[in-house]
Design a protein around this ligand. Structure first.
Ligand code: DX5
Ligand code: ZN
Length: 220
């Protein structure tokens, strides 16, 4: 049986009350906290860094899942590991040496992930499957919360699911962007097991109701 994980993205949380927001969303049933790092260079937006990761760390026991949308990635990886991140993923375009960056993440005691934009080909995966704990497929173009799920990414999810199954490993397959109660079931059916949702959860007053509804869809 597949273990499904819900990873609320704090990009849509109230940053003025971030400690309370992460505590509330974990109490509502979140399996991890998705932490979006944007640098106004790799993506056209600027968000939060290691200091904020360190600040929320004592508020939650669940893993902090850092999604680096930055270029270059290497010099910020140790800072996030020290700030309490558990999973660190990056886009191949943000690294000159993908194998080295993945190893750097593991050397700092974190799980390592690689992220693919909707139009980014998957060929690098062939060479690094044994260095991955997570593959993140973007179902929107990165940079902003609240965008609509791009339907053609479902095929890509299915393709990566086949690659993971063939490799015999238990790499998490995470999907990020436009995930809602009304599409989570088809995203799971395509092969995803870990679901990032920002606006769908933080945009509603009752986080538990949304997370319960998502789990209800996954149980069907
Ligand atoms: C987008 C970020 C996402 C974003 C998802 O670049 O990586 O994690 O917060 O937001 P929603 O769920 O609102 O599409
Ligand atoms: Zn993200």
């Amino acid at each position: 049986m597949t273990t499904y994980r819900i990873a609320p993205s704090i990009l849509s949380a109230d940053f003025a009350r971030l400690g309370e927001e992460v505590r509330n969303v974990v109490a509502a049933g979140a399996d991890m906290i998705h932490f979006d790092v944007m640098d106004n260079h790799y993506v056209p937006n600027l968000t939060i860094g290691p200091l904020v990761c360190e600040a929320i760390r004592p508020h939650v026991q669940v893993p902090i899942d850092v999604h680096l949308m930055v270029k270059p990635v290497d010099r910020i990886i140790p800072d996030f590991a020290k700030a309490g991140a558990n999973i660190i993923s990056f886009h191949p375009e943000g690294s000159e040496h993908i194998d080295r960056s993945l190893q750097l993440i593991r050397d700092h005691g974190c799980k390592a992930g690689l992220v693919f934009n909707p139009a980014t080909p998957l060929h690098v995966l062939e060479h690094v499957m044994d260095k991955l704990d997570l593959i993140l497929l973007m179902s929107v173009n990165p940079g902003f919360g609240g965008q609509s799920f791009i339907p053609h990414t479902l095929k890509k999810i299915a393709a990566v699911r086949r690659m993971i199954d063939e490799s015999g490993s238990d790499i998490m397959l995470q999907v990020d962007g436009g995930v809602k109660v009304d599409n989570i079931r088809e995203i799971a059916a395509a092969g995803a097991d870990t679901f990032v949702a920002g606006s769908a959860i933080f945009g509603k007053p009752d986080y538990k109701a949304v997370i319960d509804a998502m789990r209800g869809e996954l149980a069907l």
